[in-house]
Write a protein that binds this ligand. Structure first.
Ligand code: ADP
Length: 850
């Protein structure tokens, strides 16, 4: 329906319904000003927008006047028109001409209205005419509608701008995260972080400092805006970033900070350094994941009055946070790769060390691996020499070195310290370390700057050291130390093994040489009786090819010879000794014994010569006995014949003396011969002997003698059988000697007693008498050859006959049987002689026949 309107309503309607292009706020606002001019009597119009940051109004559009001629309007401006418009929130005109001065668009009549959106003044609209006509109420009403519409356009524009910015932020963050997390390389992650931070800000330069364990890495990036508008970022490593107190603060608090010269912001010291560096402003951001600082990033501004804006700070920190995660990931990956690499090399070193017998080659290769994995200039291995006073360079990897004969004293240098203290040492600046000894460099031809030195320790004993020399980036780390420590462990094991191996081989060769070259014959078999060794002497004695014999069964090599059996048979008690005769009629005294974990050994001494001497001696003794005894017998016979001749008393006395003398001489000769025979021949003829029977026999033999002296001889035979292994004739002579001494030395009508006792180990036989006993000073001597006590000449006219050989012989025989003899006696009260015999059914030595 068409409604006829009044002009005013028409105007208001036009303003209210005018179609503005909100998506182009500039065009919309310019059209709005155009409409204002069209509808109201004006030559000029202007639109101001409220600026939060400045706290006042800034001209945005002007009509009929250049924009640059319009100045900024403070909200606290005291112009009454402006104050009224702002406080009453309505359009106000200056009226006529007076009062417009000081307002935009003056001189002339100036009307002003606030643009209000959501109860906030977001702008001001001004209209002016030169006709000095005041704007009437209706005009002001239209201006108010215009201002409202302008407020709408401004609000919309602002919202769009913030949306755009948000979108810009999001897209930048997205790009950054894509670029940073897409790379798994630390350098690339750093670079992408920097590129995106520079994109998000207007900084000229960016510097990054990464702290990694003991190492730090500094990088500087420059941004270049090229003519085409494309920007490129160039980086170059720098030795370090200058030290600012604020850097430490940022790393500690993990909060960003800014510095600027104008207006001054920051501590005095920070600003001084900033000025020295020729930088006008800087923003420093922590590069951190969680609570852990990886380093920091700083944005630098070269031109005065330029500085990072609040919004940029936030965006930059967001990008830097993404960067930190990416860099940390890349570092983890690098560490993991490095570890994997190191493990691989360690594995290789381990294989090398345990597989090759050539230690020198293994050590040399190990040093090469070590140098490669640590990427240091050289890796060297020093070993303590035999004196333990010098460290000698034994292997090296890396740079070609003049390594021959390099030796250092144990008291010298870092290597000496580490060897002595068995502790690793990292020296990243050798010049300032008092332990460093430059003379070593002169010998090796290296210019040392940094050293990582670990000890080679085996069984708590220092063997030497491994040194890594000159780290590529200047500083060795704990992780390098761990790596080289593992290498050192391998090397120590290999060295230890090699030492052991050498000792065992040396020992073996020495033993072999001794066995092979010894004059005794030696035959060694394994546990199954196969020959391990037949030495030269045995080879010759048995006519055996010693080399061919090795590995073959002993029974085959010593076929038809008792030795074969002795080395293989299961039914032999070892150790055992035996006399054996070789095919060349040599007599060997053989001892065969068991060697744990090896087998059996026969050690044989050639006793042929001894046997011959023994034989000769028996012959000689026989002859001597015969030759001495025969003339004595002849004398004795002659004396007996003379006895029947008519002789004077004196002659008869002399004859009787002669007969006694020959008897005693014959006894002495017989005794001596017997002693020699018994003492020089250890070859006893063992057989089971019934001790009881032997005692009864001896008593019977001596009974007539005892009876003439009216002695009583008491013997209580034991209830158990008393079988011992003994040489019956020698054991008989022992009993005979003791009993005859008891009969001989006791006063007539003495009491003699023989007894036998036994326990688990031995049998004890005792012969007691109540005769004269033995003086204390003689007790220790009665078992000596030819010793006779004072008792024998107690009656000088009737001395007790004897040779002084009986007890000596008795002792020898008892000991030959493995027993012992002693006497318990008190002078004047009698004597008890006791001897023991081992209570053992089997022979100790002797023939194999059972
Ligand atoms: P002989 O009987 O020929 O003198 P022995 O060697 O048998 O030599 O004895 C050495 C010495 O030991 C004897 O001379 C004697 O002094 C002392 N003797 C040995 N048996 C007895 C004994 N039953 N009583 C006292 N003295 C003894």
């Amino acid at each position: 329906m068409a409604v006829e309107s009044k002009p005013l309503e028409n105007k208001a309607h036009r303003v209210a319904t005018a179609d503005f292009n909100f998506h182009n706020p500039a065009e919309a606002l310019s059209n709005l000003l155009q409409l204002a001019i069209d509808l109201l009597p004006s030559q000029r119009a202007a639109l101001y927008e409220y600026d939060d940051q400045v706290g006042g109004f800034t001209p945005r559009f002007a009509y009929g006047i250049p924009l640059r001629e319009l100045g900024h309007l403070s909200s606290s401006s005291e112009h009454p028109i402006l104050q009224a418009a702002l406080s009453q929130l309505r359009a106000i005109s200056s009226g006529e001409t007076h009062g417009s001065l000081g307002l935009p668009l003056a001189p002339g009549t100036v009307a002003c209205a606030p643009c209000i959106s959501s109860s906030k003044t977001t702008g001001l609209i001004f209209l002016a005419n030169d006709e000095k006509d005041s704007y009437d109420r209706d005009d002001l009403g239209i201006i108010e509608v215009l201002a409202t519409r302008a407020a709408d356009i401004l609000a919309f524009a602002k919202q769009t701008a913030s949306q755009n910015y948000l979108f810009h932020r999001l897209s930048l963050l997205y790009q950054a995260s894509h670029a940073i997390t897409g790379t798994r390389n630390r350098q690339e992650a750093i670079k992408q972080t920097v590129i995106h931070v520079l994109k998000a800000t207007s900084a000229d330069r960016c510097e990054v400092m990464i702290l990694d364990g003991g190492e730090s890495e500094a990088l500087r990036f420059h941004q270049q805006i090229e003519k085409s508008g494309l920007q490129t970022v160039n980086s170059k490593p720098i030795s370090t970033i200058r030290d600012y107190p604020i850097h430490h603060q940022v790393l500690k608090d993990l909060q960003p900070a800014t510095l600027s010269l104008r207006p001054p912001k920051g501590s005095h010291e920070d600003l001084n350094t900033l000025e020295e560096e020729g930088i006008s402003a800087a923003a420093i951001f922590p590069l951190a994941t969680g609570n852990q600082a990886l380093g920091f990033l700083r944005l630098l501004y070269n031109q005065p009055d330029r500085m990072i804006r609040e919004q940029e700070m936030e965006l930059a920190q967001a990008i830097i946070n993404i960067g930190a995660v990416g860099i940390q990931d890349a570092i983890h990956l690098e560490t993991a790769e490095e570890r994997a690499n190191q493990l691989e090399v360690l594995d290789e070193i381990g294989r090398e060390m345990t597989s090759t017998l050539d230690l020198e080659v293994a050590l040399e290769n190990t040093m090469k691996h070590t140098q490669r994995i640590l990427q240091c200039e050289a890796a060297v291995l020093f070993l303590l020499d035999e004196s333990g006073e010098k460290l000698v360079l034994k292997a090296s990897g890396g740079r070609q070195m003049r390594i021959r004969d390099v030796a250092i004293r144990l008291e010298e240098g870092i290597a000496g310290w580490v060897t002595r203290n068995k502790r690793p040492l990292i020296v990243n600046d050798v010049r300032t370390n008092p332990l460093y000894h430059s003379a070593i460099d002169a010998q090796t031809g290296l210019l040392t700057t940094s050293i990582l030195c670990v000890p080679l320790v085996s069984r708590d004993e220092s063997l030497g050291v491994i040194e890594a020399i000159n780290h590529p980036r200047g500083a060795f780390t704990e992780s390098d130390q761990r790596m080289i420590h593992s290498v050192a462990s391998w090397a120590a094991i290999a060295l230890d093994n090699s030492n052991l191996f050498r000792r065992v081989t040396d020992e073996r060769s020495r033993l072999e040489a001794t066995l092979v070259e010894t004059a005794d014959s030696v035959v060694l078999t394994d546990s199954s009786g196969n020959i391990i060794l037949v030495n030269q002497a045995a080879g010759q004695a048995f006519r055996i090819n010693t080399e061919l014999a090795t590995g073959r069964p002993a029974s085959e090599i010593f076929a038809d010879h008792p030795l074969g059996d002795l080395l293989m048979s299961e039914d032999i008690n070892l150790p055992t000794t035996i006399e054996i005769t070789t095919p060349k009629d040599r007599v060997l005294h053989a001892t065969i014994s068991e060697i744990t974990d090896v087998g059996r050994v026969a050690v044989m001494q050639d006793i042929t010569a001894l046997k011959q001497i023994d034989h000769m001696r028996s012959q000689l003794l026989g002859t001597a006995a015969h030759d001495l005894k025969n003339p004595l017998n002849a004398i004795r016979l002659g004396a007996d014949l003379l006895n029947d001749a008519p002789l004077s008393d004196q002659q008869r006395k002399a004859l009787s003396m002669m007969r006694r003398a020959t008897d005693s001489m014959t006894n002495l000769i017989t005794g001596l011969l017997e002693t020699i025979r018994v003492e020089t021949s250890a070859n006893l003829l063992y057989e089971p002997v019934d001790l009881n029977e032997l005692i009864l026999l001896t008593i019977d033999d001596l009974r007539p003698l005892a009876d003439t002296r009216k002695h009583s001889v008491v013997y209580e035979p034991p209830t158990e059988p008393t079988i011992v292994m003994a040489d019956v004739s020698r054991l008989g002579s022992v009993l005979n000697n003791l009993l005859s001494n008891a009969i001989k030395f006791s006063e007539d009508s003495g009491n003699i007693e023989i007894a036998v006792e036994w326990d688990d180990e031995c049998i004890t036989v005792s012969v007691s008498d109540d005769g004269p006993g033995i003086p204390e000073d003689e007790i220790s001597r009665i078992f000596e050859h030819l010793f006779r006590g004072r008792v024998t000449v107690r009656d000088p006219n009737n001395p007790i006959e004897g040779t002084g050989l009986g007890l000596a012989l008795t002792k020898t025989v008892v000991e030959q049987h493995g027993g012992s003899i002693w006497v318990d006696t008190t002078e004047g009260q009698g004597s008890t002689f006791r001897f023991t015999l081992p209570w053992e059914p089997m022979p100790k030595t002797g023939s194999l026949q059972k």
